[in-house]
Write a protein that binds this ligand. Structure first.
Ligand SMILES: Nc1ncnc2c1ncn2[C@@H]1O[C@H](COP(=O)(O)OP(=O)(O)OP(=O)(O)O)[C@@H](O)[C@H]1O
Ligand SMILES: [Mg+2]
Length: 986
């Protein structure tokens, strides 16, 4: 009788034997053996051993799973029973022929050794479990919570060991190695695990090596040319790539700048149990290009050399995959096909998760929003693509494989954040990056120089260039730009009109001059066809189109040759050509043109674009893109993630309807239609703003009326700016009545600053504008100047601002009567900015608060600032926490502030101030009639310095507290001094 038949026939007996005693131990021992013999994979084990279910139900499930696996597996199951059961129980059972367990190679990783040696490990650890916990805790592999979860008294020692092994496996390679090493040390005479430790270095088989070579060469081929330039000439990534600004924020909100190789490195890790790194950035900030660069460098073995296999995915392309796929199929069909020995290559991937990297570009383009509701952990079972993708990101599937995901920030909700190892922010080009990029674009340095000069002469345009995609477009159109006949572009719509004109003109057979005026009208037919395709695509989250699709929209070879649509770069095995827009923002632009110019549009198209809470229903029917829309996805509208693209489209609609483009549009659509559209946009914007203002909470008594803007506020402001009609800005802002406007963590860069200033300059009453934790930079500061007269306070903490930004800010600030407070904590300021602040202090005798913490101001800067402060009578708050003023700077500041009659609060925390500085500050205390708090923590003040302070305090009853934590004092001294003066805090 075959083993399978024996299992079936003896089912009741087997179950009775394994569960009869009521203990789970025999079943667990059988499972240990089956895992070690690789009859079960880890995912099987998880599905069988469910603690919440009775042992008998687990055992039944085991028999089913093994039976399904066939004859060999059933034979090994019987062999395991034979090994585990006591003699008396074995007598009733028949175990069939002897199944020899094949001798396997030593496992290649420590985590796999935990499985193959599980039966032995369980035995060994049973007596040493407490020590093992200690080791795992002291090495940081386990937390107290991990230990508590395993060490429950309800479990038997063997169960505790198994849970410990499971948890160590879950924690990954380092934890597993630590545990095995510990076992080696406990039994030095036993060489078994030492050998195991030594053999844990991987050896790839020749077929796996061959696959690696193939993967490297196809990744290299795919990433060699910049994909976006497909239709406009082939630019090698090497020639054009310019580093963008990459930042990571730690748990306490401090940011660090990163290099490309740090993307998966240890800096900025928030959750070390997760293995998904998010690269987030706004549209066109260079996420796809960054991933492309990363792929190319890996393929050349110049980056991530410890990664053996890298699989690049595009979510845009995954949208088009409607089959259910297993992980194996996903990897091989979508990335690279192993020509030999697929199973072995796949096994290598499963066995070496820490040598593998997956990248997913454009998560925001994926049709379905992230959810963690459905769990799937089996690498060989086919499931729908979203399930596969989301389980990979969560780490349910292929735990230990590092994943890098690029997405626009709007598509990353709290449920995904939970699974992120870290979040890296890509903030586009720095000012230096723009110059570098422009230089790379032109072989003629003279031309590059002229373009840079013209950019620097137009800050609205320069601020757009911080976003690489705009920078690229602007440089493409340098002729039009330098010619300047149509005025210098100010808005995003201006820039995209410029590039469209450029593309059409490039392909035109007519002399260039003839095209100039009526170019849009002349190409209206192409524009409308592209526009319809674009809009329907956006509505269905479809960004890749088949040739057939293009035909159905009437797009001809001639239309395609204009260059707005390009072939998809594709590594997957497909049979037909596919197309995408040069960039999604261009798809949005054509969609916007379609909304405005198509006379047959439903009249609700514009209001719907501005509502955006739900997916757009079919005013512009996506019927003809039916195949792109997965029905199951379509039903769950709340999970749609195309909102950001419709917002960009709405922004283009606003820009195209600006007065400046009236003549261009009038050639193509009747004046009445344009007017109607303008009215609709204005009404929609005003309504959306009203909704926003309605949610402003009533102020708490004693506090300012404050509005914390939602990200959509910034979008609405950008739409208003695009319209370039100050009366619209004025009318909208007339209804905003707050004293404080908070826009922290809103991805405000220079472009957003331009728009903000455009509307805020119309406020009736001044506000405190809080822009902390954005990426304003010096160019952004300059863009904000037009509204500075309407800001009583400006908070710009953590915004990459340098001395140059301060120069411009102060230049304007001294003339703004109402501007009274400035916070610049954690920027890039040095001594070179203090001369400007000194001037501000001298010129503005109503300035109240200056906070410059965590910059790089030394004693020299402090002296310069002091020079200005000595002429100021109004300052109440001065913060210099975390600079380097030292004694000299502290003394200069203390002397200067003696004349001040308003100072309430002064911080020189962490400035290297010693007793000399303290004694100068003591003099300030003895003279000041207003000072209430002095912060001197984390300095180097010793006893004599404190005694000076105490002496001064005896003469001053106004001061409430002097903070002195972390100075050069012993605990005894602190206690003694505290007794002398209770207002000192140590
Ligand atoms: N680092 C870079 N160096 C040179 N050019 C760049 C860089 N980053 C982006 N670009 C230019 O900007 C274009 C748009 O960039 P990219 O497609 O990478 O942006 P994205 O952030 O992926 O946008 P989206 O959010 O729409 O996916 C590129 O095609 C390229 O022309
Ligand atoms: Mg992209």
């Amino acid at each position: 009788m075959s083993s399978q038949q024996l299992v079936l026939k003896q089912r009741a007996l087997l179950l009775d034997a394994v569960c009869g005693g009521g203990s789970a131990e025999p079943l667990d021992c059988v499972l240990d053996l089956l895992l070690a013999w690789e009859v079960l994979i880890w995912e099987d084990y998880l599905s069988i051993r469910v603690t919440e279910k009775p042992v008998s139900s687990n055992a039944r499930h085991l028999l089913d799973v093994v039976y399904e696996k066939g004859e060999d597996a059933s034979g090994l199951l019987l062999a395991a029973f034979k090994q585990v059961l006591p003699e008396e129980q074995k007598s009733e059972l028949c175990f069939g022929k002897e199944y020899a367990v094949l001798e396997k190679n030593r496992p290649a990783t420590a985590t796999s050794a935990l499985l193959t040696d599980r039966p032995v490990l369980v035995k060994k650890l049973r007596d040493n479990i407490d020590e093992a916990f200690d080791v795992l805790m002291t090495t940081g592999c386990f937390t107290i919570k991990d230990c508590d979860g395993v060490h429950l008294p309800a479990y038997t020692p063997s169960q505790q060991v198994r849970r410990l092994l499971d948890q160590v496996r879950y924690k990954g390679e380092t934890a597993a190695r630590t545990l095995l090493k510990y076992l080696d040390q406990t039994e030095p005479e036993n060489k078994e695990h030492q050998i195991l430790e030594e053999t844990i270095s991987f050896t790839a088989s020749p077929d796996t090596l061959l696959f690696q070579r193939k993967l490297r060469s196809s990744v290299a081929a795919q990433s060699h040319f910049l994909s976006t330039y497909g239709g406009t000439g082939r630019f090698s990534l090497d020639d054009i790539y310019t580093d963008g600004l990459l930042e990571v924020m730690n748990g306490s909100g401090e940011t660090t700048t990163l290099e490309l190789e740090d993307v998966v490195g240890p800096v900025g890790i928030l959750n070390k149990d997760a293995d998904t790194v998010l690269v987030s950035g706004e549209a066109g900030s260079g996420k796809s290009t960054l991933l492309q660069r990363l792929h190319l460098l890996w393929a050349r073995e110049a980056l991530f050399t410890d990664i053996y296999l890298l699989f690049p995915f595009s979510c845009r392309k995954l949208n088009a995959e409607h089959r259910a796929l297993s992980l194996k199929e996903l990897l091989f069909l979508h990335c690279c096909w192993p020509d030999r020995n697929q199973d072995e290559v796949f096994q290598f991937i499963l066995d070496h998760p820490h040598l593998v990297l997956f990248t997913f570009d454009g998560l925001d383009e994926f049709k379905q929003g992230f959810t963690d509701e459905e769990h799937h952990c089996c690498p060989t079972q086919p499931v729908p693509i979203p399930t596969l993708l989301f389980n990979l990101l969560q780490g349910t599937l292929m735990k230990g494989v590092m994943k890098v995901v690029a997405s626009r920030p709007q598509a990353v909700g709290p449920s995904l954040k939970h699974y992120l190892r870290k979040e890296v922010h890509l903030k586009g080009f720095s000012p230096g990056g723009i110059v570098c990029f422009v230089k790379k674009q032109y072989s003629d340095p003279g031309m590059a120089g002229r373009v840079i000069e013209s950019l620097q002469g137009n800050t609205a345009l320069l601020s757009l260039c911080h976003i690489p995609v705009f920078c690229w477009i602007v440089t493409k159109c340098h002729q039009e730009l330098l010619g300047g006949e149509d005025g210098i572009p100010q808005t995003v719509a201006d820039v995209y009109l410029l590039v469209s004109q450029h593309f059409f003109q490039r392909k035109s057979s007519q002399p260039q001059g003839a095209l100039r005026k009526g170019w849009l009208e002349q190409h209206l037919d192409t524009v409308l066809k592209l526009g319809q395709l674009a809009m329907e695509g956006l509505e269905a989250s479809c960004y890749v189109f088949s040739g057939h699709e293009l035909q159905r929209h009437g797009l001809t070879e001639h239309d395609i040759s204009m260059g707005f649509l390009i072939y998809c770069n594709d590594m997957s095995v497909t049979d037909s050509k596919r197309y995408e827009f040069l960039h999604i923002t261009l798809q949005c632009f054509f969609a916007a043109l379609y909304v405005i110019l198509n006379r047959r549009n439903n009249r609700s198209a514009i209001p719907k674009l501005f509502q955006l809470q739900h997916r757009q229903p079919s005013s512009l029917s996506p019927k003809c893109l039916g195949h792109c829309v997965d029905r199951s996805v379509e039903e769950d509208e709340s999970k749609m993630v195309e909102k950001p693209n419709l917002q960009i489209t709405a922004q283009f609609v606003s820009g195209l309807l600006s007065l400046q483009h009236r003549n261009l549009l009038l050639d193509c659509c009747p004046a009445a239609l344009r007017e109607h559209n303008v009215k609709q946009v204005v009404r929609s914007l005003s309504k959306a703003m009203q909704r926003h203002f309605k949610f402003i909470p009533r102020p708490v008594e004693g506090e300012k009326k404050s509005m914390h803007a939602m990200p959509s506020f910034v979008w609405l402001i950008k739409c208003i700016y695009e319209m370039q009609d100050s009366s619209i800005a004025q009318n909208t802002m007339a209804k905003l009545d707050v004293e404080h406007l908070k826009l922290t963590y809103c991805n405000i860069g220079p472009v957003e600053c331009t728009a903000l200033a455009y509307v805020l300059k119309h406020l009736r009453n001044p506000v405190g504008l809080q822009l902390d934790n954005n990426c304003v930079g010096d160019v952004g500061v300059e863009q904000l100047l037009p509204c500075l007269h309407n800001c009583h306070s400006l908070y710009l903490r953590n915004n990459n601002i340098t001395d140059e930004g301060i120069r411009k800010l102060v230049e304007k600030g001294v003339h703004c009567e109402r501007f009274q407070k400035l916070a610049l904590f954690n920027n890039k300021l040095t001594d070179a900015c203090t001369q400007h602040f000194a001037w501000l202090m001298k010129s503005k005798q109503n300035f109240l608060s200056l906070r410059l913490g965590n910059n790089n101001i030394t004693s020299q800067g402090a002296e310069q600032l002091a020079e200005g402060l000595s002429c100021n009578r109004s300052l109440q708050f001065l913060g210099l926490w975390g600079n380097h003023t030292g004694d000299r700077g502290a003394t200069a500041l203390a002397n200067a502030l003696k004349n001040n009659t308003e100072l309430i609060w002064l911080s020189l925390v962490d400035n290297g101030v010693g007793s000399a500085g303290a004694s100068a500050l003591a003099e300030l205390i003895s003279q000041s009639k207003t000072l209430e708090e002095l912060w001197l923590n984390k300095n180097v003040i010793s006893r004599d310095g404190v005694e000076c302070l105490i002496k001064a305090l005896k003469m001053n009853s106004r001061v409430k507290e002097v903070w002195l934590k972390g100075n050069n004092l012993s605990p005894e001294e602190e206690e003694e001094l505290k007794k002398e003066e209770s207002r000192l805090t140590f």
